[in-house]
Design a protein around this ligand. Structure first.
Ligand code: KIV
Ligand code: ZN
Length: 506
């Protein structure tokens, strides 16, 4: 079996997509989960882009042990210097350097000749090799590059020391037959190609990113660049889960190749990304969407009950999608809860576990059936905050009063360690009034940038999941809260965000 390396760029190309930006702690959490998923390489960021990007790449490089950690750099010495410094502590460092090769980009973006481009490739790759044995070169807009020139560019990179040559379909313009032929053509023509791994990097502007990537694999590519849930620039990148499950499910079409991905971690990884970024996975998203294994019509249900293979080409369990089960009730103990949370991928500190248990007991009094989805929602609101629990503001109690012919009022009591503080405020609605009261208690002003509310499960006693994003002018902080009461859920969510804001300012 030949291995197809999975190169995950969720934290670089994915994070470039609007709405997906993550702070250092969030990126680190995501990186550790990508490692648990078994990706071979993770692109942790673009070190030169900002001091924050540099710090995130460095923190990931220092923490991740099993996957290669890579930083993107233009074909410029200053970019490569930044990448090299950021990944210096990595167990398996990689520098990724790129330059556009299509005439369109050379003429209008870079304003350089083809000869200059080749010179820059040679210099950049050779320079990067001074810092690290694993150097990857990407020919941006490769699929729209003149084929003869692309061969020269790739040949130059390999001769200068690139061990991985990446062929991006940067604007998602290619079709599977065309892209497969491009990879086969390069493998047949470029001198020294046997010394390098050929990689593909496809975007989804025509919805063909995964198909093009798989065509690349069929033609001989042995690294695929992709992101969780296909997030990325514009319409996104190829989705990791689609490529991996394409190879696993269609062994007959991809005989002889395999990946190192632990497929049972796929759903948890996608869920974590959604939790961190606050962006929901589309219900119909292949493999990880809520409907990917749901069977609504009677004919389908009947078929699946008789034999799941009638309408399921892979099992939900194989990608870690557990069927919603009734797991725990009001008589369950902390041990049972912790063990279930462990199964769901949450290894909480004793302090956080006690916190989740208290919330679970409270929920069990109000909601008859507590499902895995409820537990995940409860756990997520607790793992989001990283500071010491003793320094965090917690909700003690609240009273709101609102109606259609009056201003809403809220009285909120918070606790922080042994301190109890109370205040009241008026607002245009009960949630706004409660937020104003909290602002007065914590003596910090913030701007509410985003507020969303969704039901976690289907029934009348469903948990409401609230997402808030606040900013204090220096940074943005997200919080998530769940409760059967939307006002309480909103206060929980705001307190997570507030505690993060205060922790960052300390
Ligand atoms: O899409 C692209 O061409 C890229 C490169 C930087 C690899 O993201
Ligand atoms: Zn890209």
């Amino acid at each position: 079996m030949e291995k197809v390396s999975i190169f995950d760029t969720t934290l670089r190309d994915g994070e470039q997509a609007p709405g997906y930006s993550m702070n250092l702690d969030e990126k680190l959490r995501m990186a550790l989960q990508l490692e648990a998923l078994g990706v071979d390489v993770m692109e942790a960021g673009f070190a030169i882009a900002s001091p924050g990007d540099f710090q995130s790449v460095k923190a990931i490089a220092d923490a991740v042990k099993e996957s290669s950690v890579c930083s993107l750099s233009r074909a410029l010495e200053k970019d490569i210097d930044a990448s090299a410094a950021a990944i210096a502590g990595a167990a398996r460092p990689r520098i990724h350097t790129f330059i556009a090769t299509s005439d369109l980009h050379l003429k209008y973006k870079l304003k350089i000749s083809r000869t200059d481009c080749l010179r820059q490739i040679r210099r950049a790759v050779a320079y990067a090799r001074n810092f690290c044995g694993e150097v990857e070169f990407s020919a941006e807009d490769a699929s729209r590059t003149d084929f003869d020139f692309l061969c020269k560019a790739v040949e130059t990179a390999i001769a200068a020391g690139a061990g991985i040559v990446n062929i991006p379909d940067t604007v998602g313009y290619s079709t599977p037959d065309e892209f497969g032929a491009l990879i086969a053509g390069l493998i047949g023509r470029v001198k020294g190609i046997d010394k390098a791994v050929v990689s593909v990097h496809c975007h989804d502007d025509l919805g063909l990113a995964a198909a093009n990537s798989l065509a690349g694999v069929k033609a001989g590519a042995r690294q695929v660049e992709c992101t969780i849930d296909g997030i990325g620039e514009r319409a996104g990148n190829a989705a990791l889960e689609e490529i991996v499950m394409g190879i696993v499910t269609r062994r007959d079409r991809y005989a002889g190749v395999t990946t190192g991905v632990r497929t049972r971690e796929i759903a948890h990884t996608a869920k974590l990304l959604s939790t961190i970024t606050g962006v929901r996975i589309a219900p119909s998203k292949a493999i990880v969407g809520a409907n990917a294994f749901a069977h609504e019509s009677g004919i389908h249900q009947h078929g699946v009950i008789s034999n799941a293979q009638t309408y399921e080409i892979m099992t939900p369990e194989s990608v870690g999608m557990q069927k919603t089960e009734l797991v725990l009730g009001k008589h369950s103990g902390q041990h049972a809860l912790e063990s279930r949370l462990k199964d769901l991928g949450y290894d909480l500190s004793p302090e956080r576990a006690a916190d989740v248990f208290a919330a679970f007991k409270d929920l069990a009094d109000r909601k008859k059936q507590i499902t895995d989805r409820d537990l995940v929602a409860l756990a997520e609101t607790r793992v989001a905050s990283k500071g010491s629990a003793a320094r965090e503001w917690k909700l003690d109690s609240f009273v709101v009063n609102s109606g259609n012919h009056m201003s809403a009022t809220a009285q909120v009591t918070l606790r922080r360690g042994n301190r109890v503080a109370q205040d009241a405020a008026i607002g245009t609605g009960p949630i706004y009034a409660a937020f104003r009261a909290i602002e007065k208690i914590i003596r910090h002003r913030f701007v509410l940038e985003d507020y969303r509310i969704e039901a976690v499960t289907e029934h009348r006693d469903a948990l409401g999941e609230v997402l808030v994003k606040i900013s204090d002018g220096k940074g943005s902080y997200r919080g998530r809260g769940v409760s059967t009461d939307v006002i309480e859920g909103s206060i929980f969510a705001l307190l997570v965000a507030v505690n993060r804001m205060l922790e960052t300012g300390r």
